[in-house]
Design a protein around this ligand. Structure first.
Ligand code: ADP
Length: 629
């Protein structure tokens, strides 16, 4: 992982306001611009909202003037279309009930339009937000699944899950509400302030004098909120990680009676997040009262100054009411505008986390001219291969080995010797730092991933199954596998009988991780999956857990069948299973220290012989008689 990604995901990254602006530009370019027509429509509706809000405020003027016609009419009646026809002479210094009715009707219609536009606007905005989060999630998931194992190994899957679920939703909230609310409230506040200026510029000045103050307060709050948000999102990641980990290992948790510890661990994270959330809310919600306080100063000031002007006939009653109403109605949008700015800050912080993952380039990529090989005989060669994991521990040191086509080869050795690493390098899960890995004489780095991996079948220790039907799990081995192929594979893997005995046969769902099946059954399904694949090279990490004798025999027969006619490289944890191997590589400290067949190695009296005798010491297991002549 690059430092920035790790920092951002862990919450130690410090991005300033500049980064927020560039994040916002990128969000617009990549995610929002494609929905420009919808945005335009939303902005159109928002203008309707702003216009009707302003207009209904303005209507108060003529209404008042027709109720209390004074000497000084401001001519506000001009704002009311059709008034001349309904009440000829209205606004001319005479009270007119017809005019009042007409104005009330217009106000009602305007309010209805305002309501409809508000609804339409919200629906659109939510829709746009959902589209953006969907797009972001698609890209994020595709990117994460394509990460190589080195990348995935250095970051907890819970943190990635949290970014996928949580960060994207924070972005959605921010984009859909903040962006358009900012426009809507901005335009509404601006037009109400404009009304103020047109009514009386001195009153308008009084009303707006506090705005710079508000901006200053917002900047300070924004800074604090950025930091709080970062930490909150990190805590969300921690919580997801703990949840996933304890559910994954729930059997161990229970077996060791550690539920209490897990609960306490989660509680710590929950409380920490709760505290951060509370602090963030304190910061976010302070903006309401602050604007409230500011408006509590300005509205009385307008009343005092406006009242004085009116008493001196410098302002009509209508104008005064419009000014006060405009000032009062401008504050809620201003208030929400300020809060939205904070929501935006929050969204951009989340977007930065998403972008950090999306920007992480894969470290293992196909070579520019990567090619495909159609058929493979199945020769595997490691030529002076060295490899170290990200933390720098050397796992393979100058290792060379050759498995001829069709051979059954076994890797044995103490744990940590590097057996799994050898298996990982063949499909390029990891990349050798020195030396070459060759298949049929071709460097695996010259092959396309699709071609390379199509020649390999992998059976892992834990025989992973998806929460799907048995036939889907088997068919996973090969795209478009037919029912007949699935059936044949199941038969060859000695799985058909038990599958048929299940309530729904091949359509039985196996549950999470195949929980509803026994260990031996899971293994046979995994073997059937490898069979369907029909790949010439088999990579097998033998299960360590002992099965009962009968399942064990079924699994062994299935494996023997699977290996027929293929090159196989098997990590053997139990030496009883390697006696018939064509070649055994004994590994230690990342090197092959001995190589040969079982009998040769045993008679050599080296590491293999020692491992063999340890495993069968004390009569725990009887060493089986080597099968070869
Ligand atoms: P084996 O399969 O023989 O038990 P491995 O190939 O798993 O051995 O491990 C070889 C060495 O590499 C060990 O020292 C192990 O600690 C280290 N190692 C294995 N996987 C990783 C990993 N993902 N990150 C860092 N070190 C690892």
């Amino acid at each position: 992982m690059t430092d920035t990604l790790t920092q951002i995901v862990m919450g130690t990254h410090r991005a300033g306001a500049g980064a927020t602006a560039s994040t916002y530009r990128r969000l617009w370019r990549e995610y929002m611009r494609p929905h420009a027509p919808l945005f335009a429509l939303a902005i159109g509706l928002m203008l309707v909202v702003a216009a009707t809000t302003t207009y209904t405020t303005l209507l108060l003027g003529p209404a008042i003037e027709n109720m209390f016609p004074g000497e000084t009419s401001s001519g506000m009646s001009r704002l009311v279309p059709g008034l001349d026809r309904v009440a000829p002479g209205a606004g001319g210094g005479e009270a007119s009930f017809a005019a009042i009715l007409w104005i009330a009707g217009l106000a009602a219609i305007s309010f209805l339009i305002l309501a409809a536009a508000t609804w339409g606007h919200i629906v659109l905005v939510v829709n746009i937000g959902e589209r953006i989060v969907a797009e972001m999630q698609s890209r994020l998931y595709a990117h994460i699944v394509q990460f190589d194992l080195a990348r995935l190994g250095s970051i907890h899957s819970g943190r990635l899950t949290s970014s996928f679920l949580n960060d994207t939703n924070v972005v959605r909230r921010s984009v859909s509400t903040a962006v358009t609310e900012i426009f809507k409230n901005g335009v509404t506040a601006a037009s109400l302030i404009l009304v103020l200026f047109l009514t009386n510029w001195q009153i308008a000045l009084i009303a707006t004098i506090v705005l710079p103050l508000l901006v200053g307060v917002l900047r300070q709050l924004g800074k604090r909120l950025r930091k709080l948000t970062r930490n909150r999102l990190v805590e969300a990641g921690t919580m997801t990680s703990i949840m996933m980990e304890s559910l994954d290992g729930i059997r161990i948790v229970k077996a060791y009676g550690q539920e209490g510890r897990e609960i306490a661990r989660m509680d710590v994270a929950i409380r920490r997040r709760q505290r951060l959330e509370a602090r963030a809310q304190r910061v976010q919600q302070i903006i309401g009262p602050v604007t409230e306080a500011l408006s509590s100063l300005t509205v009385p000031a307008i009343i005092v100054y406006g009242g004085w002007l009116a008493m001196n006939d410098a302002l009509t009653a209508g104008e005064l009411v419009v000014a006060i109403a405009a000032a009062m109605r401008a504050y809620p949008p201003l208030k929400s505008l300020s809060r939205m700015q904070l929501v935006l800050t929050e969204g951009m912080t989340a977007a930065q986390r998403v972008f950090a993952i999306l920007d992480e380039p894969p470290s293992i990529v196909e070579a520019p001219g990567a090619r495909a090989i159609e058929t493979v005989r199945g020769e595997i060669v490691f030529d002076k291969v060295s490899f170290a994991y990200a933390d720098g521990t050397p796992a393979l040191r100058n290792l060379s080995l050759r498995v001829a086509p069709g051979q059954k080869a076994a890797l044995v050795g103490p744990s940590g010797a590097g057996k799994t690493t050898v298996l990982n390098l063949i499909p390029r899960f990891y990349e050798a730092s020195e030396g070459r890995v060759l298949i049929d004489g071709v460097d695996v780095r010259e092959l396309s991933f699709a071609s390379l991996r199509s020649h390999l079948a992998l059976v892992t220790q834990e025989s992973f199954l998806f929460d799907d039907t048995i036939s889907a799990n088997i068919a996973y081995g090969k795209e478009g596998a037919s029912t007949a192929e699935v059936l044949e594979a199941a038969r060859n893997a000695h799985a058909e009988d038990f599958i048929r005995a299940l309530p729904d046969g091949f359509d039985t769902r196996v549950g999470e991780h195949g929980m509803r099946l026994s260990g031996g059954q899971r293994q046979r399904i995994a073997i059937a999956r490898a069979m369907v694949r029909g790949a010439p090279i088999l990579l097998l990490d033998e299960a360590t857990s002992a099965l009962d004798t009968e399942s064990e025999r079924a699994v062994q027969t299935a494996l023997a069948r699977l290996m027929e006619g293929r090159t196989s490289l098997v990590i053997a944890h139990r030496l009883s299973t390697v006696m018939d191997a064509d070649v055994i590589f004994v590994m230690q400290d990342g090197r092959v220290v001995e190589e040969g067949r079982h009998a040769e190695l045993l008679s050599r009296g080296g590491l293999y012989a020692r491992l063999f005798h340890t495993q069968f010491a004390g009569g725990a297991q009887t060493p089986p008689v080597p099968s070869e002549a």
